[in-house]
Ligand binder design. Structure first.
Ligand SMILES: Cc1cc2nc3c(=O)[nH]c(=O)nc-3n(C[C@H](O)[C@H](O)[C@H](O)COP(=O)(O)OP(=O)(O)OC[C@H]3O[C@@H](n4cnc5c(N)ncnc54)[C@H](O)[C@@H]3O)c2cc1C
Length: 365
């Protein structure tokens, strides 16, 4: 293709899950010329995630990394996107957490006594409206300052918005078509300053960034109808039960997201009968009312070795960048670290050492 026929861009983004959506949002805020190339592929996760933002996680009930900063920035960003798209994304929801034994109960009270945890622990769990639908537990705790973000709706709605602006191309990226040229990068009809890869777990097929220690995990979930259930809190018992107001653009009453499984080893990206059984067994132990399975879905999380995002540029091809590694916490990590990455690419800031992919390079100084 002749140089004159090329469309000049600042950035070409590959992948429009949560990572690509956030990169596009912050670069467009700076009036950058962008295009996004995305082919919805099997295993993508943003369109199936619950979008729970949880201040404390795990058996040890430990506070999530940088939670205060990430939470405040996430709330502001999703609200900006709500204004652009005209839809509701952010839902403040408390999490009711079942404590299964004395160890968990003690851990709950022990943590709650630390000043930095105080803001997140209700004095007692309020099970009104829920206890008749859920099986009893040893004890319950309730967390506040949690949220649920409608990630599937965000990605779908932002896609349509991009399409209306003529900014999205629905095609598979071909790594062989990259041409490096005078400090820029050419890809088919485009000439860009940089290509930013946001391919989720598919990044393991990217020949430029497959040196990064991705450890993808497969997750499966069920979308349920629980007739008569109208609770707004998130329940974490043998699995998460999360109210979802909308699914695939439709408002459906009594709809809940139930999941999820986590497997390092898997044959493919498809929902499996084995894991459906596993989810149904957990639901039997969690729900005391009948339910109907509406959908069974699976995706591959872009989980990584050290549980920190992957941000940065390729060590020898400065025209190639990556924003990935959102793992199990994309809803809270993506807004803050996409903004940081956008500022870095525009020369307006630095990357945190903990997220910079330089951490995996020898002699990174
Ligand atoms: C069951 C489950 C539950 C989850 N629940 C939560 C939760 O409650 N809270 C939370 O914070 N996180 C949750 N997550 C994690 C969350 O989904 C991820 O952190 C986040 O969505 C990852 O976004 P991404 O954009 O990196 O990847 P993806 O959403 O997978 O997006 C990547 C996109 O790139 C496209 N693509 C890839 N390669 C190419 C190519 N070569 N050419 C063109 N297009 C390409 C893909 O088709 C896809 O559209 C959950 C994940 C799973 C699986």
């Amino acid at each position: 293709m002749e140089q004159n026929d090329l469309e000049e861009l600042d950035f070409l983004i590959v992948g429009q899950g949560l990572a690509g959506t956030m990169m596009a949002h912050f670069l467009l805020q700076e009036n950058k010329r962008i295009k996004i190339l995305d082919l919805p592929m099997r295993g993508r996760t943003s369109t199936i995630a619950a979008g729970v933002i949880n201040p404390v996680t795990g058996r040890r009930i430990a506070k999530s990394w940088h939670f205060e900063v990430l939470y405040a920035f996430a709330k502001k960003t999703y609200q900006e996107l709500e204004n652009i798209l005209g839809i509701t994304l952010w839902n403040d929801r408390n999490i009711l957490r079942a404590l299964h034994n004395t160890f968990e109960e003690n851990e709950w009270y022990r943590r709650g006594a630390f000043p930095e945890y105080e803001a997140y622990f209700e004095d007692s769990a309020d099970l009104e409206n829920i206890s008749s639908k859920i099986k009893p537990a040893h004890a319950w705790g309730e967390m506040r300052h949690c949220a649920q973000v409608a990630l599937p709706e965000l990605v779908r709605s932002y896609r349509r918005w991009l399409q209306r602006q003529g900014l999205l191309l629905e095609e598979k990226f071909d790594y062989q078509a990259i041409v490096f040229q005078d400090g820029r990068v050419q890809y088919k009809q485009f000439s860009a300053l940089k290509i930013i890869f946001c391919e989720g777990a598919r990044a393991i097929a990217n020949p430029y960034f497959n040196f990064l220690p991705f450890v993808p995990t497969k997750g499966e979930l069920l979308i349920l109808k629980i007739p008569g259930a109208d609770f707004e809190k998130i329940v974490k018992h043998h699995l998460f039960i999360v109210p979802v107001e909308q699914w695939n653009g439709a408002t459906i009453p009594h709809l809940f997201w139930a999941g999820s499984t986590s497997r390092f080893e898997y044959a493919d990206e498809l929902p499996s009968e084995e894991q459906k059984r596993n989810l149904l067994d957990k639901l039997e132990k969690t729900l005391s009312v009948p339910f109907e399975v509406f959908e069974h879905l699976a995706g591959i999380r872009p989980t990584v070795f050290d549980k920190r995002p992957f941000s940065g540029v390729h060590p020898s091809h400065g025209q190639l960048a990556i924003f990935n590694g959102l793992g199990t916490k994309g809803a809270s990590l993506a807004p803050f670290f996409a903004k940081q990455m956008a500022d870095f690419l525009l020369g307006n800031g630095e990357l945190d050492k903990e997220v910079d992919i330089k951490r995996f390079l020898k002699n990174d100084g």
